[in-house]
Unconditional design. Sequence first.
Length: 216
Amino acid sequence: MARTRRRIGAPKMTDDQTFRLILAVGMAAFLPVALYHRIRSQASGEKLDRRQEGPFILFTLRPCGLAAMGGLVAFVLDPAWMSWASLPLPAALRWAGVAIGLPAVALGIWTFRSLGRNITDTVVTRREHTLVTSGPYRYVRHPFYVTSALAFAANALATANWFIALTGFAALALLVLRTATEEAKLVERFGDDYRRYMARTGRFFPRVLSTPPTAE
């Protein structure tokens, strides 16, 4: 009888706790790599003019991204803190989020390593910026945004949280909207080299039929 009481009263890991731990592992794998490359990219001390994004993007994109990240961190620290925005998703959908998150982490790390010191968080390039067409850039022009799309979807499903979903996809929509300005700046910087690169690669999805990129 005592043995039965211990079994019934023993703490059990809830679904939220399971996904909280999985998300924590994913963050532990990705964030150190992202932080390392971000710090390296700042070594020159060069100031970037983020106002060239335009006032709408400038004042909406980062608050949405920070809100999504803040909600995710709160969930990982204690799912109860985000319970006010929880959704009754079936476990299968939450595990689908985990499955989406795995390629998101891998693609994000691959992209950081390929871009190196060229990383910026805006549409302006650095003075020593080079045109990267290797790694994931061989197939799409904006693998970071593909990573973001996968990560936002993974986080929304795994947390089963409408606030994380809403703020994440708002940030993604703003990134997509900003892409036209970013590509105009890249054409301005790299000219015909970037135009040829655009002709053989997709913006977010690989081109099904295209001329194979030449080695550079």
